[in-house]
Write a protein that binds this ligand. Sequence first.
Ligand SMILES: [Zn+2]
Length: 285
Amino acid sequence: MARHFGEIPGVVVGATFADRAELAAAGVHKPLQAGISGGGLEGADSIVLSGGYEDDEDRGDEIVYTGHGGNDPQTGRQVRDQELKTGNLALARSHLEGLPVRVVRGAGLDSPFAPGSGYRYDGLYGVDDYWSDAGKSGYLVWRFRLRRLEAQAKLTSPTHVPPEPPKKIKTTIVRVVRSTIKAINVKKRHAYQCQICGVKIETPAGPYAEGAHIQGLGTPHNGPDVEENILCLCPNHHVMLDSGAFAITDDFQLLGLEGRLHLVKGHHPAAIYLGYHRGHHGFAK
Ligand SMILES: [Zn+2]
């Protein structure tokens, strides 16, 4: 079954669960033991903070989360270096793709924000940075800084259960998550190769490309968020598309650059959006 990113319908922020089995059954965090739910190149959909790592820092809206591996499960102490793979790689991938992570806090967590008992779902966070560092025990750990997505209410004090965001904000978050996943689908179809230059950028967290809308999403363009309106581009060609440094004819010849748009089976940019983009940037319709 496909991994589900974003909120789980019917599970409100602040919902509590007696144990990991309940948490898993609700679909909030499926693994029964692992702290990170995620696949290396898919991204991480949820994490549980439960106090297993001595290097975790919890400031409520901001968390510095230690990746997994290399610790003694009894003491939480690091006994060897961590590696950027499995769940750690998944969190790095969430950073690269801008995917949201469901955060759950357990009662065992050494933090004022820990719930009194069981587990509590605390909403969606973004992985805004990650790095490797020497942990308290001197071994290398991977650290991930997570920030609560802006549109949600703040965690103001340890005992404060944040209110549900208004429906409009929730709808916006759902739409952004869907949009991110649509762009990822397009990028996967192209194996993360730029449709203009063919470059595929490799990073320690896997390949990187950008999903570029041909007819922009916001005003005044109001383009639709559909795969036929998205290209897989390197960052340079994304900027060049958005600024009208080149355009594309209905039969995929480039204007302003040499060559043709690279195409793959199953992804067909639509003429209506290419035409809009040409018109908007002063190319002949
Ligand atoms: Zn490119």
